[in-house]
Write a new protein. Structure first.
Length: 185
């Protein structure tokens, strides 16, 4: 979620720099970046919808942990590639990875959790689990401004690449979860 917070905050700025060669929020190029990001957002959400449905049989076949890790890597690669694109059309293949990741983020962690908690306590555990969304987003808002300029050079493209690296790290962390902890052993 920390990575997604970075993505949502900085993707338009990254597109403005890499595709439209501007960092000026009042420029025509930046307005074009906003529109491009809106189109790309609709596209990756459509991909997420299809990917979420396609993941269901995969989750049954190879397990939620592996599917989620692969989806996180896809999102990480997409976020790493978006800042490298200099033409609008090339943003969309990278957005496929973000869409696959988003499709998994919206459901697979809940599948993993639901398989290892007592059914009568599902509501309590899901509520606690939702704090794992809120807390990283709050940490993002509280910490990112402190290192955006000094460590990332105030460049949104670097922020997106950091988000991509964080998603790949999340995939590694997910793979460290044992299947028997998920109730699927």
């Amino acid at each position: 979620w920390y990575a997604m917070g970075i993505y949502w905050t900085y993707v338009t700025y990254s597109i403005a720099r890499s595709v439209y060669n501007t960092s000026e929020p009042v420029s025509d190029g930046f307005r074009s970046a906003v529109l491009t990001n809106g189109t790309m957002g609709a596209f990756y959400n459509a991909v997420a919808f299809v990917a979420a449905l396609a993941m269901m049989p995969l989750i049954r076949k190879i397990g939620p942990r592996k599917v989620h890790a692969l989806a996180l890597v896809a999102g990480g690669l997409g976020m790493l590639f978006i800042p490298q694109m200099t033409q609008t059309a090339w943003l969309f293949p990278a957005a496929v990875g973000v869409g696959i990741c988003w499709g998994s983020i919206m459901g697979t962690p809940y599948v993993m959790l639901a398989s290892c908690i007592p059914p009568r306590r599902t509501g309590v555990y899901m509520g606690i689990f939702n704090m794992m969304i809120v807390i990283p987003m709050l940490l993002n808002a509280a910490t990112f401004p402190f290192y955006y300029e000094p460590w990332l050079g105030g460049d949104a493209r670097n922020a997106l690449m950091l988000a991509g690296v964080l998603l790949v790290c999340a995939a590694v962390a997910v793979m460290r979860v044992r299947d028997d902890e998920l109730g699927t052993a």
